[in-house]
Design a binder for this molecule. Sequence first.
Ligand code: OAD
Length: 255
Amino acid sequence: MLPRDLAAVADRLKRARRVTMLTGAGVSAASGVPTFRGAGGLWRQFRAEDLATPSAFARDPRLVWEWYDWRRAIVAGCAPNRAHEVIAGWSRRFDAFHLLTQNVDGLHERAGTIGVTRLHGSIWTLRCWQDCGAAPWSDERVPLQPLPPRCPSCGALARPAVVWFGEPLDSADLVRADRACACDVFLVAGTSAVVHPAAGLAEIARSRGAFVAEINPEATMMSAAADVSLRGNAEIVLDALEIRLAAIDRRPSGV
Ligand code: OAD
């Protein structure tokens, strides 16, 4: 990560009124939550794409629930890390701040971030697989009993209230995400940017004039669309940006 790039992003943030962030699993990596792709991305021999689909659930709901129950148990033992903390602070710092997250772990909320749009739902919320009309409900028990859990209203299978591959995002979330793309700075952290529509949001923001920066230890599908790529872990890069912002805050005005 070049100090020049870090300074450029800090300077943009300092002057920004509307800031939007898009986060992915990499932001929770330092908390101990496994990412979906790359090292440690497999559960047993399965990829996320093998399990996070309606057809996988229809075929073997117990298997899919075992995977979610495993992830829920890991997350329950994790705490927000420095990346979550900095983002939580920024959610109060800027006039208009939006966090669009693909993460379903709830760590942004636990860190105190306000204005979170959970594009892919939450692993702590369940809903009826048969869509019997019962409202989604919160269930934070770890482990879940029974597995698979049942809808309290109709007794059918319950499913995690997350967005699976092949399913549309919630339309209100899409509207919020689209509005949030109208911003001064669009920061993308910890996502491989392969899952759409989230992966396309940075391009939309850029086409509307936003300065786009990416924070990731590796090059991704969206690196080419970023004005600046800060190569590093989110918990380190965001901390470094926060330090720079605080230093700019302390400067006498006009310097
Ligand atoms: P991925 O697992 O695809 O990507 C994680 C990204 O985080 C990679 O680009 C890593 O290089 C990066 N990374 C790892 N450690 C990091 C750190 N400490 N700081 C910053 N970045 C780090 O996760 P997502 O992009 O979030 O969807 O995946 C998108 C969606 O695919 C998920 O929401 C989930 C998944 O399947 C569904 O389940 C529908």
